[in-house]
Design a protein around this ligand. Sequence first.
Ligand code: ADP
Length: 638
Amino acid sequence: MEKMQFKAESKRLLDLMVNSIYTHKEIFLRELISNASDAEDKLAYKALTDENMDVSRSDLKIVLVPDKEMRTITISDNGIGMSREDLESNLGTIARSGSGQFKAELKEDDKAAEDIDVIGQFGVGFYSAFMVADHVSVISRAWGSDEAWMWQSDGEDGYTITACEKETPGTDVVMHIKENTDDEDYDQYLETYKLQELIKKYSDYIRYPIRMEMDDYRQKEKPADAGEDYKPEWETVKEWKTLNSMVPLWQRQKSQVKPEEYNAFYKEKFNDWQDPLDVIHTSAEGAVTYKALLYIPEKTPYDYYTREYEKGLQLYSSGVLIMDKCADLLPDHFRFVKGVVDSSDFSLNISREVLQHTRQLKVIATALEKKIKNELARMLKEDRKKYETFWHAFGSQLKYGVVADYGAHKEMLQDLLLFWSSKENGLTTLEAYKDRMPEDQPYYYYACGESVEKIAKLPQVERILDKGYEILYCTEDVDDFVMKGLAEIDGKQFKSVADEDALPQTDEEKKAAEEKAEAGKPVLEAVKEALGDLVKEVRVSSILKSSACCMSTDGPVSLEMEKYMNKMVGGEQMKADRVLELNPDSAPFAALQKALEADDKETLGKYAKLLYGQALLMAGLPLEDPAEYAQLVCSLMV
Ligand code: ADP
């Protein structure tokens, strides 16, 4: 029989899985039960939209059969089933959606810690079977087909698919359990009490009954003719039991759900390895009735900033899944939220198109947006450390939210923003910044740059700090847009320290500056002539203190925007109008003056280029001609 090989990356993952040092091998059961439950869901959903299908929800169930003699556990469902092609594509490859990233991660040597991450990140559900089994058969018959197929693998080198018999549609997963080893007890998974415990622990809320035949010890009935000295006798009876309570978690009272249960549900449902950072369990009654269970992940999902990532909440109508990722329930700025919404206000077979326009959906979305915002605000206030974890993972998303849709969400989001503060040497909210603001401070100040350390050394920063004002250090590309988007809060504007008028001048200062500019004019003109089109203007700086020069801009495009737009693929290529600012009180300015007076055009040209190059470097911009610049610097030394 021909053996088909796993795709390369699947093979590597299987190795990791099989030889996993992963201690929670028991989660295999949760994963397989979850697949079975999904298969029931899919069938139920299909039946909703197809009148010809005769499926009764009450018949859907999952059956668990351990067999100690054969060392097998069989998990059966009567769900949608898989065709031959399904078996091939679903079980022949792992991590279909994230395979690019996946390969990248797998190239590195597998350190134990990374392995765990891989397993968690990619939600490799089915393959977890190989953590406890040395052979797995999947016998499946797709709904509507009379063919059945068997997929088999030992998890090592490839798999086979062969035709087989199966009387009813659905899937049986048969795992042959590994022999015990010195440090691993596999036998326990063949015990009914253990399986019962695991189902309670991980799969209690699954909405289809999970049935297993168990031993029940019962007192025998007392015989009618029992004498005075009759002692009760016990017997073992086999009995089918439903192991799970089947109540969806979100339908339960908040006070009745343990944190572990919330977490287990999240991990199982949303394929995360880690506990969520935060849980929001909420409900509403009235105009629209719903229950919602929302989660904020702790880490940025690996595909979060890619096209693959799909936002949305699972939408149920009275316990029946009607849409897996309902995007309209979440605004983009909260697209990291995962969760479930259940409302009886939607009809079961509502189409996507109609759903989009229903009023109820909008009402729920608006309410949830507020809930999420309030929860984040609460976290920020009451548990700063946790909030900073959140911020680390999804802060950029909130910033994009401020900028998006022409600032429509600014009010909603601005209280949730954090920026690096020159005063706090840590993150600050805008509110805290405002509270610390001296009375005479005219603006919210910010400075953009590559890193906090670099910004702190920017020439433009010095004079503002000297005034005792606080500056928000912005290190993300989007920040400059955010500040321009925020524009002002309660009448106080946001101002880049690079703006010439960042500090208001007194009339005297203004006059002195004008005089200096006037006096420096010949130097400025000479420098501009030497630099040609490289700059739009050369001017005397009113913002520099100890530095000789800096780069600023004229017009609406800032240097940060230029950098940002030019990095974006397919983004518009933008160029800011550069302005070279010179400090008339600096030694280099005097040197320029001297060269001009001596009519030494060559030296003046050199100095002009040197200063221009320095200004670029300090602004974090590339030199147009690094070799020439290096030569210029060297020529100074000779
Ligand atoms: P995931 O469940 O995260 O998609 P899995 O590796 O657990 O990943 O399963 C891969 C796919 O195989 C599933 O998406 C599903 O299409 C299919 N599958 C697995 N188990 C079953 C089952 N019991 N019935 C029908 N399809 C299944």
